[in-house]
Write a protein that binds this ligand. Structure first.
Ligand SMILES: *Cc1c(COP(=O)(O)O)cnc(C)c1O
Length: 393
C-alpha cells in the first residue's frame, strides 16, 4: 500500500489532507515524492522557522542524539536550562519557563498557573479566564474550551468551567468580575484570520488588568519566535504580560511548547510536569533555532526580508483587487482576505498545481507563514507561481 492507502486504513481522518507527500526540503523549497519542487509559504504552519533541513539545527540535533536524548525531568538537563535562559533573555522579561511538547500543552500550563495564582488571592476563588471570540488556543478539552469558536465545542463536554468569551478587546472590561483570574489573547489571531489587535486597545487592556490585579496571558504560540519582527509580538505591542506561551516556530520542527511567567515559582514540585517536555532533543534544537534567529534579527536581514515579502503580498493584492478585499497581518504572519471562501479554496488548490504551498485561515483569509529565512529568490518564485495560479482561476 502507498502512503495514502495506509493513511486511509490506519490513521484517524482528523485532517482534510491535500494529496501530496513531501520527502525533502531545503530552506523554503520542498520536494514531493514525484521529485517536483514547490515553494513553501507555510513552513508547516509556522514551525520550520529557520527553513527545512537547516544545517545548523541538524548538526546540533545529531551531535546531541549521539550522546543522550532523554533522561526524564528528575535530573538536570543542560540544554533545557540553556533554552530557558535564551528564551527569557530574548523576551527581556523577568520570567521562568516550563517546557511541554505543544502549543496546547503550553496553554494548559498557562491556565494552571493562572488558576493556582487565583486560588491564592484572598477569600474569593478567582478562576475565570476571558478569551476572545475567533481565538484559537488548542485542541485539548480545556484549551478547546478556551478557544472562542462554538463550532469546536461539539461532542466533547462537559468542559471545564470558567471560560468567558469577549467579542473583542474593548468588550473585555465589561466581563471582568471578582472571579476573574486572567485574560488570554493572541496579539495577532492566527487561525482566526491573521488578525492583529489594535495596539492602543491592547495597551489599555494591560493597564486595566494591572489596576484590577488580573493576569494578562498572551498566547504567542504562533506569533512568537520572531514571526512578527521581534522575538515576541508582546515586544512589538510594548506590553509586559504576566504569562506568555510559545511553541510552533521556536523548535524549528521538533515538538516543543513553553509557558513562561513572571510569577516566581508559580508552579512547584507536584503541581505540574511532563515526561518528554524539555528533553535534550527538543531543547538542543530550540537553543540552535534561537541562536540562528537572534543573529538573523541582529544582522537586519529579518527586517529586510519581511519588507520584501510584504511588498510581494502588496503587489499580489494590487494586481488582483477583484479577488482580494484587504491585506492583513504583522511581520511574516500575513495574509490577504479573499472575496469568498470558495475562491480561496480554488486559489489554494491552483497554487499547489503551480508549485507554491499556501494556507487558509479563518473563513476567507489566504495565509502566508513562510520560513523566516526564506530567500528573495524563493519569494520571487513563489509569488510568480501564485500570480499564475490566480490568473488561471
Ligand atoms: C497552533 C496554535 C495553538 C496550538 O498549538 P498545538 O501545538 O497544535 O497544540 C495554540 N495557540 C495558537 C495561537 C496557535 O496558533
Amino acid at each position: 500500500m502507498n502512503t495514502k492507502e495506509l493513511d486511509t486504513k490506519y490513521v484517524l481522518p482528523t485532517y482534510a489532507r491535500v494529496d501530496v507527500e513531501f520527502v525533502s526540503g531545503t530552506n523554503a523549497t520542498i520536494t514531493d515524492s514525484n521529485g517536483r519542487k514547490y515553494i513553501d509559504f507555510t513552513s508547516g504552519i509556522g514551525v520550520v522557522s529557520v527553513g527545512h533541513a537547516n544545517a545548523r539545527v541538524n548538526a546540533a540535533i545529531t551531535t546531541q542524539i549521539s550522546k543522550i536524548t532523554h533522561t526524564s525531568n528528575l535530573y538536570n538537563i543542560a540544554p533545557q536550562a540553556k533554552a530557558a535562559q535564551k528564551i527569557v533573555e530574548a523576551s527581556g522579561y523577568d520570567m521562568q519557563c516550563f517546557f511541554g511538547n505543544s502549543g496546547a500543552e503550553a496553554n494548559e500550563g498557562a491556565i494552571k498557573i493562572a488558576r493556582k495564582w487565583g486560588e491564592s488571592q484572598g477569600e474569593i476563588k478567582k478562576y475565570k479566564i476571558i478569551t476572545l471570540q475567533n481565538s484559537f488556543h488548542g485542541r485539548t478539552i480545556t484549551t478547546v474550551k478556551a478557544t472562542g469558536q462554538e463550532a469546536m465545542h461539539n461532542y466533547f463536554g462537559p468542559f471545564p468551567d470558567g471560560f468567558v468569551y469577549a467579542d473583542n478587546i474593548a468588550q473585555v472590561a465589561s466581563l471582568l468580575d471578582d472571579h476573574t483570574c486572567g485574560v488570554m489573547i493572541e496579539l495577532v489571531q492566527g487561525e482566526g484570520g491573521v488578525q492583529p489587535q489594535n495596539k492602543e486597545e491592547v495597551q489599555a487592556l494591560e493597564k486595566l488588568l494591572k489596576k484590577k490585579g488580573i493576569l494578562f496571558i498572551v498566547d504567542e504560540v504562533q506569533t512568537g519566535g520572531y514571526r512578527t519582527g521581534a522575538f515576541l509580538a508582546s515586544q512589538v505591542y510594548e506590553i509586559t504580560p504576566d504569562i506568555v506561551t510559545l511553541a510552533k516556530g521556536i523548535g524549528g520542527g521538533v515538538p516543543i511548547g513553553v509557558v513562561m511567567t513572571s510569577i516566581k515559582n508559580a508552579l512547584v514540585a507536584g503541581d505540574h510536569g511532563s515526561t518528554f517536555g524539555g528533553n535534550y532533543l527538543s531543547t538542543v534544537a530550540t537553543c540552535e533555532v534561537l541562536d540562528i534567529l537572534k543573529e538573523y534579527k541582529q544582522s537586519g536581514d529579518l527586517e529586510i526580508n519581511t519588507l520584501y515579502f510584504n511588498k510581494a503580498v502588496k503587489k499580489l493584492y494590487d494586481t488582483n483587487k477583484d479577488i482580494f478585499t484587504s491585506q492583513v497581518g504583522l511581520g511574516l504572519m500575513c495574509g490577504l482576505r479573499v472575496k469568498d471562501a470558495q475562491t480561496l479554496t480554488r486559489i489554494i488548490s491552483h497554487a499547489k498545481e503551480n508549485g507554491v504551498m499556501v494556507l487558509k485561515a479563518g473563513r476567507n483569509t489566504l495565509r502566508f507563514l513562510p520560513p523566516l529565512t526564506i530567500t528573495q529568490e524563493e519569494i520571487d518564485e513563489g509569488f510568480k507561481s501564485l500570480q499564475s495560479a490566480i490568473s488561471s482561476l
